[in-house]
Every structure is written in structure tokens, then in C-alpha cells.
Write a protein that binds this ligand. Structure first.
Ligand code: ZN
Length: 149
């Protein structure tokens, strides 16, 4: 377990596309643990994607108050509706912005044991899934922002 350094918005690694994980092994589980430690070490982090610690692998950790979620190769397989949300990002400190996200999403991913799972979420949780999965494609919320708040 270790706390990693969070990359900031001007780091070009945040703009790169992450590669799918081909085998969910101990190295991946250790990485997910380090990502969780790093997220919980922040004041208000609810999600962290691997590129934010400089690793271009499709890994996300999230905790929106429902417990820790570890996602390997997450993909949005279905989305519905739209909602206006306010977002911030651990890589872009001290600012927040308003943008439009889907109201409801279904995400397919592997868990830390390589088992397939499917999760459907609405509201804040749906927002968080979209934000973190965008990171895996080099997209930051500021690319989609309507106005900073
Ligand atoms: Zn972010």
C-alpha cells in the first residue's frame, strides 16, 4: 500500500489514452490498492483513474459513500437522459465547473479478481462513472464544461 503522486492538469500523460488490462493479477491488485490509498489521502476525492497517478492502464477506483469500488477496463454500455452536474477533479485543484452528463449509465467492468460485473447508476454516481472513464481516454471535465462555478 502506498500513496502515489497525483498528476496535475498540465501533465501530458492525462491527455493520453490508457490501454486495457489484459490480466488481472497481483500487480494490478496492488495498483488498485495504491489508487485507493491515494484517493482516500485527499480531502474530497471520490474517484481516481490510473492516468492520474501516471499509469496508462484502464483502472478506476471510486467511493461516493457507497463503499470502495475497483473497476478494471470499465466501459459505459448504456446511457439514458441527461443531467446538469457540478464537477471537480483531483488533477485540477480549486476549481469546479458545470456540465451535462447522462442521467443514468450502465457500466460493465471486471472486478479485482477478474470477474465481470455490471452496474447501473443514476445521479451523482453516474456522473462519477462518466468523469473517471473519460480520464481513461485522455478527456478532462474542463473539455466539456459550460461554465466554471
Ligand atoms: Zn478527475
Amino acid at each position: 500500500m502506498a500513496i502515489r503522486q497525483i498528476r496535475m492538469f498540465d501533465d501530458e500523460i492525462l491527455r493520453k489514452k490508457s490501454r486495457p488490462v489484459t490480466a488481472v493479477n497481483d500487480d494490478i491488485r496492488k495498483l488498485l490498492d495504491d489508487m485507493a490509498d491515494t484517493m482516500y489521502n485527499t480531502r474530497n476525492g471520490a474517484g481516481l483513474a490510473a492516468p492520474q497517478i501516471g499509469i496508462l492502464k484502464r483502472l478506476v477506483v471510486m467511493d461516493m459513500g457507497q463503499g470502495l469500488l475497483k473497476l478494471v477496463n470499465p466501459v459505459i454500455v448504456k446511457q439514458e437522459g441527461s443531467q446538469e452536474v457540478i464537477e471537480g477533479c483531483l488533477s485540477i485543484p480549486n476549481i469546479m465547473g458545470k456540465l451535462i452528463r447522462p442521467a443514468k449509465v450502465t457500466v460493465r467492468a471486471l472486478d479485482e479478481n477478474g470477474k465481470e460485473m455490471e452496474l447501473t447508476a443514476a445521479g451523482e454516481l453516474a456522473k462519477c462513472f462518466c468523469h473517471e472513464i473519460d480520464h481513461l481516454d485522455g478527456i478532462l471535465y474542463i473539455d466539456k464544461v459550460i461554465e466554471f462555478v
